[in-house]
Design a protein around this ligand. Structure first.
Ligand SMILES: [Zn+2]
Length: 307
């Protein structure tokens, strides 16, 4: 519906929740991709990139840029870097963690997710610009959902690549609050920053591009008020999203294995503490509450994903 607002040389491959959208930038001297999806989908990501290159009579990808390093945004990095020998760009604040593949600093262990190790070549510094395809994009800091996330803004065409900082209906889970770091205020600041920009089109990390920025900002602000006025809400929501995300990949899982994953996932352990639940209570509560919200179903000993 809004695809006609995309200027020549930009294409969005809308994926789902397990893999973030892939945003292609085609130029004469540069071919870039923003975000690479989840590792379980890396074959599909490779196929998408290969067929897009073929359609444009191009041979290779020059740059792969990550808005942030959650596993649904960079899980295809290793496969794409191997296939195309492209330069990988990550937010500057993550450089050391990636260089050392420091699982305590990267989010994968903490969130109970997987991401194949990759190397980075360049960093994205907020305030600087980067050429993607045929246009220059300004790099903007977008803390909140992830402290190191960046957004990309193209001023001539008034386009914002917002990652998980702004969706048409809300934003990504405010993860830092789950383990006692600040996030609510950062989300508010990032929404304030978006409001200062002249924008005709937002390309989010998940969902279709959208144009009614005023409406989306209002939705996001009321969602933020709802969550920040009672941090337990954010904690319960975050826990459900983490389990749902895992279940999207599993499709179905023995409840014993589900509970095993829950009690071994640090972000969920701290969420249980925040909610004043023992791990026993928490493993009782979490799958049930996902079922109650209609996102999963229990069949015998198995927890099943409901799309
Ligand atoms: Zn994210």
């Amino acid at each position: 519906m809004t695809a006609h607002l995309l200027p020549p040389g930009i294409e969005v491959f809308e994926r789902g929740w397990l893999s973030a959208n892939n945003i292609f930038h085609f130029g004469d001297g540069d071919v870039s991709l923003v975000d690479s999806g989840y590792c379980a989908h890396q074959k599909m990501t490779l196929d998408l990139v290969n067929s897009a290159l073929k359609k444009h009579h191009l041979i290779t990808l020059n740059k792969l840029v990550n808005t942030h390093l959650h596993s649904d945004h960079c899980g295809g990095n290793a496969a794409l870097a191997e296939a195309f020998d492209c330069e990988v760009y990550i937010p500057a604040a993550e450089a050391l963690a990636v260089k050392n593949w420091d699982s305590a600093l990267l989010s994968y262990d903490n969130l109970g997710q997987e991401c194949p190790q990759f190397l980075h070549h360049q960093v994205l510094v907020p305030g600087e610009e980067i050429l993607l395809g045929r246009y220059l994009w300004k790099i903007l800091a977008a803390p909140g959902h992830d402290p190191h996330s960046v957004m990309l803004y193209q001023a001539d065409h008034r386009i914002l690549i917002s990652a998980d900082a702004l969706w048409e209906e809300g934003f990504g889970v405010i993860f830092p609050e789950l383990w006692g770091e600040a996030g609510f205020e950062e989300v508010a600041q990032t929404l304030d920053l978006i409001e200062t920009l002249p924008i005709d089109l937002v390309i989010p990390g998940h969902g279709a591009p959208f144009s009614d920025i005023t409406k989306s900002l209002a939705t996001a602000r009321s969602r933020l008020d709802y969550l920040a006025s009672d941090p337990d809400r954010n904690a319960r929501h975050g826990a459900k999203v983490l389990l749902k995300y895992r279940l999207l990949e599993w499709r179905s899982r023995d409840i014993k294995d589900v509970n095993d994953w829950i009690i071994n996932t640090p972000a969920l352990i701290s969420t249980a503490k925040l909610l004043n639940m023992s791990m026993d209570e928490f493993t009782q509560w979490l799958p049930k509450s996902l079922v109650k919200s209609g996102a999963a179903k229990l069949e015998g000993n198995f927890l099943l994903d409901l799309a």
